[in-house]
Design a protein around this ligand. Structure first.
Ligand SMILES: [Zn+2]
Length: 117
């Protein structure tokens, strides 16, 4: 995937935490379940498209559900189709991607671009 170097998200990943709807426009919803969703988002500022996935593992014991949010910059229909067809596990092989992990028991999420170099 192309690096969205022009996008504010590239240098300020924290904007996903300060309100996704403020910074991104919802273009399409591909999956919508209580613990799993997939969407196509568009940056309100520069128009960059992002494939978005939210995943929550249900922790039946303590109710402290680990969460994971992934944003992958996309440009073409082909890229979007490839991501739609990928399993949550397979999404982890696409670079670069912005990942926000909230592991079980953590006080704050870990937010980072993977494959930024
Ligand atoms: Zn942008």
């Amino acid at each position: 995937m192309d690096k969205p170097a022009h996008c504010r998200l590239w240098t300020h990943p924290e904007i996903v935490t300060n309100g996704i709807s403020k910074n991104f426009e919802l273009i399409e919803t591909y999956a919508e379940e209580s613990h799993w969703s997939r969407r196509l988002l568009k940056c309100r500022e520069c128009g960059q498209l992002y494939f978005y996935e939210f995943n929550e593992e249900v922790d039946w014991e303590s109710g402290d559900d680990p969460q994971c949010t992934t944003l992958i910059p996309v440009k073409t229909e082909e890229e979007i189709e490839a991501l739609k067809g990928a399993s949550p596990l397979q999404l982890a092989s696409f670079l670069p991607r912005l990942q926000k992990d909230w592991p079980k028991g953590a006080k704050a999420p870990i937010l980072r671009w993977i494959g930024k170099e």
